[in-house]
Design a protein around this ligand. Structure first.
Ligand code: NAP
Length: 324
């Protein structure tokens, strides 16, 4: 199943009315945003979801999700996102494909400006998620789309029978390395330490896969090629030895940073840029809630993000009652 805007997906009611104020705007359409939308819609708050440019968030570009309860055989990320969307819209959530470009949280109702219009809202749930961290080495940006990638599900197909490297030692790196073995002739995982951060099941699967090999204690110094990726320059951080490894693709999975730059001057953020929220998902501004990877550096799972989204919507609904 693919994401599609259903008949419920429409613009906010009377968007041009200067005095129109939404009950609730939800920024983001990943598991946190769509779970919040479901709960708010069932509370008859007619939430407006500004989906961002990637409907479904990071989960939607995950090939298979095996740890979301209710799907014993796993479920495709896009399929699960599509189901979340359908369920939220069924109860009256409105989903608009647009992104906030600025917010003004200094007074209520809050002002949300997007690429296409301005909204005013009594409550706001921030579920803007996180984006992949870049290595920051020469060649990385130059070769995005020409062999450098942050999404195996999106780009793996282009590497049929080719040699690819995966950078990182966490769950994402191994999950994506395993996915890449469907297409690539070989997958070399380059990790900066000699033990993996990933969970036991993924480690076992990756180590048993004949197409996957590991290079330990090693970092990528640069990505090299002419017109496309042809090699990575490596540095063994224990021995100091440099080497050149030929490869057709470099898939980078070294973590994520929260998408919170819009809120820098408006909300309390942690030193890592995560939105600070209490156990009721309340941020430093009354009426503004946060859920999912924009505020969670710890769990970062579909189920935890969805749970936080639900909690944020329940709390926002209670807050709205106090305004009446
Ligand atoms: P992560 O757990 O933070 O792992 C990042 C990996 O990249 C680590 O191995 C880290 O090395 C390495 N790294 C970080 N910066 C680096 C740099 N500059 N150069 C080279 N290597 C670098 O990130 P993740 O794998 O994206 O996972 C994020 C969260 O999502 C985790 O909580 C994870 O459990 C969860 N997740 C779960 C699943 C699943 O359950 N199936 C799938 C994907 C993600 P060190 O180990 O040395 O720090």
């Amino acid at each position: 199943m693919e994401f599609a805007f259903s008949k419920n997906s429409k613009k906010s009611k009377d968007p041009k009315e200067a005095d129109h104020v939404e009950n609730m705007i939800i920024l983001g359409s990943g598991p946190a945003g769509l779970a919040a939308a479901l709960y708010a819609a069932r509370a008859e708050l007619a939430p407006l979801v500004l989906s961002g440019m990637e409907l479904g968030g990071q989960a939607a570009i995950t090939n298979v999700i095996e740890n979301y309860p209710g799907f014993p055989d796993g479920v495709g990320g896009a399929e699960l996102g599509g189901l979340f969307q359908k369920q939220a819209e069924h109860f009256g959530a409105r989903i608009v494909m647009d992104s906030a470009t600025s917010v003004d949280l200094s007074s209520s109702p809050f002002l949300v400006t997007t690429y296409s219009q301005q909204y005013r809202t009594k409550s706001l749930i921030i579920a803007t998620g996180a984006s992949p961290v870049h290595l920051g080495v020469p060649g990385e940006n130059e070769f995005i789309g020409l062999g450098t990638s942050y999404c195996a599900t999106c780009d793996g197909y282009f590497f049929r029978d080719k040699k690819v490297v995966v950078v990182g030692g966490g769950d994402s790196a191994l999950e994506e390395a395993l996915f890449l073995t469907r297409y690539a002739a070989s997958v070399t995982v380059i990790h900066r330490r000699d033990s993996l951060r990933a969970g036991a099941i993924l480690q076992k699967r990756a180590k048993e896969n004949p197409k996957i090999s590991f290079i330990w204690d090693t970092v990528v110094r640069s990505i090299e090629g002419e017109g496309k990726v042809q090699a990575v320059r490596l540095n063994n951080i224990k021995t100091g030895v440099e080497s050149l490894l030929k490869t057709d693709g470099v898939f980078i999975f070294i973590g994520h940073h929260p998408n919170t730059v819009l809120f820098t001057d408006q909300l309390k953020l942690s030193s890592g840029g995560y939105i600070e929220a209490d156990n009721k998902m309340q941020t430093s501004v009354m009426g503004v809630y946060a859920a999912g990877e924009a505020m969670d550096p710890n769990y970062r799972q579909v189920i935890t993000s969805a749970g936080m989204g639900a909690a944020a919507a329940i709390q926002a609904a209670k807050y709205l009652e106090t305004l009446e």
